[in-house]
Design a binder for this molecule. Structure first.
Ligand SMILES: [Fe+2]
Ligand SMILES: [Fe+2]
Length: 425
């Protein structure tokens, strides 16, 4: 999709917001005056039941740092890590990464970041058990309003579902991946919740845009977040997988069209990795997360066979069929659509993965037509924002779509026969 003109206008408009933000003391900036620990966050590992990555930024360099972990019985342990200087958009920060390992599944801890004379509050950290999952999933959160909409959607979701220790963002976290003020606003929007929950973000196409809206390697995204090792030397942090409760999540990268001219091989590398990853997974559910949806809404009336399946779908769906993927969550179209089961590129009653385009969690909204063939459920138009609650166990997995005010709009339940899907409205 090409939105260059409106976004250039947006950048001009946002200059005022940027200037004002430079002179406005946000709570995060205010804290940094006395405490240079910025944007503390928990990142997923390959096994979130036993380990966790803690990351944060600082404005100044602090070579002495650690994370102290406290058990419920008062036992404490110190973990060390690494840090690096990072410059992007003429802004330099220092990014810290500490991995906490040998944790006990289903256990409540607290952790504190300690850096020179700075300390963070003690934040709760809960490892999941291997039996259940409850996670919030946010679609595209890119905004042109200072990320006020993102803050509102996320705040409502976290407040209405306080017992969701995992949250996922489906990509396009920010509108422009090089604009450092947008990353600050994005982090600022969820600073009251982020340090206490574990986070898994996907790379969207907007993470690959530079300030001139040309594609670049997504430098900020790749450095702000750390992901489980995918074994790649060229595309570390571009795609990954992780286990959480009864679910094996496979986070694929749909940005091969943007990345390939700059750095080829992302797609071919994922094919081999995907087959091996899924075949060695040991969880009851295999759930794919991928930013771009599989429907080509710009070509719905073409007589060409498979015209309504886009390049991402044509590329990956045969693998999903072959590997027995249960659920595929997508985004990018900024609209909630439950496509239902699709097998061999055709709608099915019970074969193939269930596909759901997760919607939009920012203020950038598109008009997207309906395909009666694939859009089984969509929200009333024009739709606003929504988020997803994914919950379940080894025998049942439920995907619910909520509006920010808490109204439940769609429920889709998969049972462990993997061929049954019951629909409640
Ligand atoms: Fe988007
Ligand atoms: Fe996108």
């Amino acid at each position: 999709m090409n939105f260059n003109i409106s976004r250039r206008d947006f950048l001009k408009i946002s200059a005022l917001s940027l200037i004002s933000s430079l002179f406005r003391k946000s709570p995060v900036t205010s804290a940094a005056t006395n405490n240079d620990i910025l944007c503390p966050r928990q990142l997923i590992t390959d096994n979130c039941a036993a380990s966790r990555v803690i990351m944060w930024h600082s404005k100044e360099s602090h070579p002495q740092f650690q994370v102290q972990l406290k058990n419920a019985d008062g036992t404490e342990k110190v973990f060390k890590g690494a840090y690096q200087r990072f410059t992007d958009d003429d802004t330099t920060i220092y990014i810290y990464r500490v991995k906490l390992d040998s944790l006990t599944p289903g256990t409540s801890y607290s952790y504190q970041i300690q850096m020179d004379s700075c300390t963070s509050p003690w934040y709760p950290l809960t490892t999941n058990d291997n039996d259940t999952i409850k996670a919030l999933i946010f679609p595209d959160s890119q905004c042109s309003d200072g990320y006020i909409t993102w803050k509102q959607v996320a705040t409502s979701a976290f407040n209405d579902h306080p017992d969701t220790p995992l949250f996922i963002n489906m990509g396009d976290l920010v509108d422009n991946g090089e604009a450092s003020y947008q990353w600050r606003q994005w982090f600022d929007g969820i600073k009251a919740f982020m340090p206490m929950r574990v986070f898994a973000p996907l790379m969207g196409n907007h993470e690959t845009y530079d300030l001139d809206w040309k594609c670049r390697l997504p430098k900020a995204f790749l450095n702000y977040f750390s992901f489980p090792d995918n074994g790649s030397t060229d595309f570390r942090n571009y795609y990954y997988s992780f286990d959480y409760g009864p679910v094996h999540f496979i986070a694929l990268n749909s940005q091969f069209e943007e990345i390939d001219p700059i750095k080829p091989g992302l797609l071919q590398e994922q094919f081999a990795w995907l087959e091996n990853d899924v075949r060695t997974a040991k969880k009851p559910w295999n759930v794919v997360l991928i930013h771009k949806d599989i429907i080509n809404y710009e070509n719905l009336n073409s007589p060409e066979p498979l015209a309504d399946i886009d390049i991402v779908g044509k590329t990956f769906m045969p693998y999903f069929d072959k590997l027995g993927i249960d659920l595929v969550l997508t985004a990018h179209q900024h609209t909630y659509r439950r496509h239902g089961h699709i097998y061999n590129f055709s709608p099915s009653e019970d074969k193939g993965p269930v596909y759901i385009d997760t919607g939009v969690a920012g203020n950038c909204r598109y008009n997207v037509p309906r395909t009666k063939r694939f859009d089984k459920i969509m929200l009333p138009q024009p739709e606003t924002d929504n988020y997803i609650l994914l919950a379940g166990n080894a025998s049942r997995l439920t995907v619910q779509c909520f509006l920010p005010e808490g109204k439940l709009m769609d429920t889709c339940t998969l049972t462990n026969s993997k061929q049954d899907i019951s629909i409640q409205k």
